[in-house]
Design a protein around this ligand. Structure first.
Ligand code: FAD
Length: 493
């Protein structure tokens, strides 16, 4: 059978470039001839260190060993995100990756808890989630029963290095050089080659644009267009740094809301990454920097970086013979750590739809439709965190609270408020339990719930929930600390 796409050129060697290289080389081996071009002079964004559980599947599909990966990237386990000051100043809730209670035909075990609460039960919903209890107690183990749902924190530059080694072992060629020109076929507009500053020209059949925000191929050359979501997600800047960190390592990210944005704290084995994400329309870079400096847990190891970004997505992720992956394809700000997830979903989709016989318009349409749906459903969940606030202490929070949100999200919130029903959309990475934790964590309570639990007596429902809660607590008690787990798994001292 004819194969028109043989030579693949990956432009960019950040997280997206090396994830693409590892996946294509491990899955398609000698079917492709892969070259990755990166520029040490330009560098990478260098942040992006908290992930979503789907990274586990990406690693499994591509044969990446967890222990080697965590050791090489000085990684830690992420079971949850702790949200602080979001609903109101002083509020705190944990959004764990695990499910709450047991699977139920109703589609949400939480209806039982809502029914019990309406009858005077005082136990907390969050006590019914293993990952949440383990996160709170700073514990972790690799377990079969229950199998924990978790992601990772890691050092982004070490992750790129680790993936580079795996890719080169599989034959990926790497060039260090700056692309200064992109040549197109005069008749079709397809990309023919990229030219480096040194004058070397690299030809290809398929080009993967992983050049970050600049979108050198997909935007600067092919003019895919950008849909800006800044009116919903106002943050457009971040200052980031790394601090010393010692002691007990929490298995969760902290997301602490400030006056015009929020701060992440990401614990690694050897340091903490932290940064303040904010809207430049509400706070100056200088004040944002001071907010960060006033909220550090340790001495600064690596100095401040200022990053600017536009939240939104490329209107078409795949144009002609070019597919944009990573920041070149879009960015929905760092809250809930969706960017690396979207990168790996985009790559998995490319593997599934790989155009061996040429860039067929049907493949392109399918790829772009799925990409759009994934970005939009993810966007809605992130907007929820800003809309569902009672904060009115700063103009930023007032504007977030009062903004008009997409109909798709408004309908979901109203459905929950009125009836207690929640659902996971077809391209939604966030489960019903995730929606529930954020809605209730930010004080949106339903007026009603499913009546199926009414067939159970007060005593039965109370006893059932109490037993579940104490079984989880007893099991968590036996789990080792996260720090001890890392010490033995990654041989750290
Ligand atoms: P980049 O890292 O920008 O890499 C671009 C590559 O292209 C580089 O190798 C560069 O050298 C190369 N390049 C560019 N131009 C040229 C040229 N002309 N010639 C040759 N090479 C070129 N994501 C998460 O999942 N979790 C998080 O916690 C998270 N936090 C974030 C916080 C902030 C403030 C920001 C801004 C982003 C965050 N992200 C996060 C997103 C994450 O950083 C990115 O998704 C990830 O780093 C991938 O970036 P990239 O590889 O697409 O682009």
């Amino acid at each position: 059978m004819s194969q028109k796409i043989k030579k693949v050129v990956i432009a960019g060697g950040g997280t997206s470039g090396w994830c693409t290289a590892v996946a294509l080389s491990r899955q398609f081996g000698t079917l492709l001839d892969i070259t990755l071009i990166e520029s040490a002079e330009i560098g990478t964004v260098g942040v992006g260190e908290a992930t979503f559980p789907t990274i586990n599947s990406f690693h499994k599909i591509n044969g990446i060993d967890e222990q080697e990966f965590l050791t090489a990237t000085r990684g830690t386990i992420k079971l949850a995100i702790s949200f602080e000051n979001w609903g109101r100043k002083g509020d705190k809730y944990i959004h764990p990756f695990g499910s709450v209670g047991k699977p139920s035909w109703i589609g949400g075990f939480y209806h039982y808890w809502l029914a019990a609460k309406a009858r005077g039960y005082e136990g907390e919903l969050e006590d019914l989630c293993f990952e949440r209890q383990a996160a709170k107690a700073h514990k972790f183990a690799l377990m079969e029963n229950p199998r924990l749902n978790y992601a990772y924190h890691f050092d982004a530059s070490l992750y790129a290095k680790f993936l580079r080694k795996l890719s080169e072992e599989k034959g990926v060629k790497r060039l260090d050089g700056k692309i200064v020109e992109v040549k197109q076929h005069p008749d079709t507009g397809f990309i023919k080659s990229v030219v480096l500053e040194s004058g070397v020209s690299i030809e290809g059949d398929l080009f993967i644009d992983c050049t970050g925000f600049r979108g050198l191929l997909i935007e600067q050359t092919l003019k895919a267009g950008y849909e800006n979501w800044g009116h919903w997600l106002r943050n457009d800047s971040a200052v980031a740094l790394q601090t010393e960190f010692s002691g007990d390592i929490p298995p969760y990210t902290r997301a602490i809301a400030h006056d015009a944005g929020w701060q992440w704290k990401i614990p690694l084995q050897h340091r903490q990454g932290t940064g303040h994400v904010y809207s430049s329309a509400y706070i100056s870079d200088e004040d944002a920097r001071n907010t960060l400096l006033n909220n550090l847990d340790g001495d600064i190891r690596v100095e401040l970086r200022l990053l600017k970004f536009n939240t939104g997505r490329r209107k078409q992720a795949w144009v002609k013979n070019c597919v944009a992956v990573g920041l070149a394809g879009g960015f929905i700000e760092p809250l809930e750590s969706t960017s690396i997830h979207l990168i790996q979903m985009g790559i998995t989709r490319l593997l599934q739809l790989f155009p061996f016989e040429g860039c067929n318009e049907h493949l392109i349409r399918r790829y772009n439709e799925q990409s759009r749906a994934e970005y939009e459903e993810t966007r809605d969940f992130i907007i929820l965190h800003y809309k569902a606030t009672e904060r009115d202490d700063t103009p930023y929070w007032r504007d977030c609270r009062d903004m008009v949100i997409p109909d798709s999200l408004a309908g979901r919130i109203e459905l929950f408020k009125e009836t207690g029903h929640l659902y996971q959309g077809p391209n939604d990475i966030f489960s019903v339990d995730s929606w529930l934790q954020v809605l209730m964590g930010q004080r949106i309570e339903p007026r009603s719930y499913h009546h199926a639990p009414h067939v159970i007596s007060d005593e039965e429902i109370r006893a059932g929930l109490d037993s579940m809660r104490s079984k989880i607590a007893e099991a968590v008690e036996k789990v080792p600390s996260h720090t001890d787990f890392l010490k033995s798994y990654c041989a750290i001292s």
